[in-house]
Design a protein around this ligand. Structure first.
Ligand code: ADP
Length: 326
């Protein structure tokens, strides 16, 4: 490996928090220190950067964090950073503190901020995918997704038990913003009768009503609908379905519980590798890259190309989710 050209880096978490972010911060910190690079932890995302909220991290500072949910660096959204003046100020704060490159752990929006930081001020950046939504096109894995789907699945199982006892229809709304990955995974894993995805839902409630009516005729006494946050309106949907079918229907919106909790082994593992990988990129003199996981391996992409990529839920998954319901 090439000799170190960089002496000091910064790391921040931005946008929505995700379980496993601490494992990534820990890996960035320890890998950098192993390379003889100093690390500054910047608090509260880009807003904290603008306010100069940062501290140098030692290897001990990240002890006992790998199992913790949330982010020890806190996170925030920043309107000021979306302005040219804001980004110039951000770059100046970094340079004034001797920080030569910034590792950003977050989602698409955070990468856009990082790219604009480079474009506005020529400031070097590296992105690590941290979001429960799995909606980053260049990577098949994002930190936090695995914990979130397991948390949601366990909650769905519990609601399903009581729904079965009371012979109800349950609509359970899961997170994911505009993407349906959490809904698709949890829907298949819970054996849901209907999975409503922002990517494919045609807003035809009559089809759902007909499905419930048909399935009751063959002896099913409860019905599970997983609805994605990107569609929403679960409570009013429940009222309409109950009125049309006569089946007691309840909506449960899982909400922020899906963001919390101790990360799963998979999230800790992937976050650890990605955090270390990000530092190795900088150590090798590579900048403006996004770390990703694709086709069975860890890899990295040019940030501009990464932000132009598109991904969608495979039609085959949608087909299977319907095939398996009886
Ligand atoms: P996520 O990273 O989870 O997608 P957001 O979309 O909220 O979350 O973005 C996080 C932050 O990134 C924003 O609050 C803002 O400070 C910054 N950001 C997003 N888009 C841009 C942009 N086009 N230019 C500069 N900063 C941006």
């Amino acid at each position: 490996m090439a000799g170190s050209k960089i002496n000091t880096i910064g790391v921040l978490t931005s946008g929505g928090d995700a379980p496993g972010m601490n494992a990534a911060i820990r890996a960035v910190t320890r890998k950098a220190i192993n390379h003889g690079i100093r690390v500054f932890g910047i608090e509260k995302g880009y807003q904290g950067l603008l306010n100069g909220e940062m501290r140098e991290l030692s290897a001990a500072d990240v002890s006992d964090t790998i199992q913790q949910g949330g982010t020890i660096l806190k996170t925030a959204r920043s309107e000021e950073f979306k302005t040219e003046e804001g980004r110039q100020k951000g770059a100046q704060v970094l340079r004034d503190n001797g920080i030569e490159a910034l590792v950003v752990i977050g989602g698409d929006g955070s990468y856009r901020g990082a790219l604009e930081l480079y474009k506005s001020a020529g400031y070097p950046v590296i992105g690590i995918p941290g979001t429960i939504d799995l909606d980053i096109a260049c990577t098949e894995y994002t930190i936090g997704f695995d914990t979130a789907i397991n948390t949601a699945m366990e909650a769905i199982d519990k609601v399903r038990d009581t729904s079965s006892s009371h012979e109800r229809c349950s609509i359970i709304e899961v997170m994911g913003r505009k993407a349906g990955y959490i809904a698709m995974w949890c829907g298949i894993a819970s054996g849901a009768e209907e999975i409503l995805l922002p990517e494919t839902y045609d807003f035809d409630e009559q089809k759902i009503i007909n499905h419930i009516t048909d399935i009751r005729k063959i002896g099913k006494t409860h019905f599970l609908i997983i609805n994605a946050e990107g569609i929403g309106h679960s409570t009013s949907m429940a009222r309409r379905i109950e009125a049309a079918t006569g089946m007691e229907t309840r909506a449960t919106i899982l909400g922020y519980m899906q963001r919390g909790g101790s990360p799963t082994c998979k999230d800790r593992f992937y976050a650890s590798i990605m955090g270390a990988y990000a530092v190795d990129l900088l150590y090798e003199g590579k900048i403006n890259r996004i770390v990703g996981y694709s086709k069975g391996d860890f890899t990295d992409f040019d940030i501009v190309e990464a932000l132009e990529m598109q991904k969608s839920i495979p039609d085959y998954y949608v087909e299977i989710s319907k095939d398996l319901v009886r």
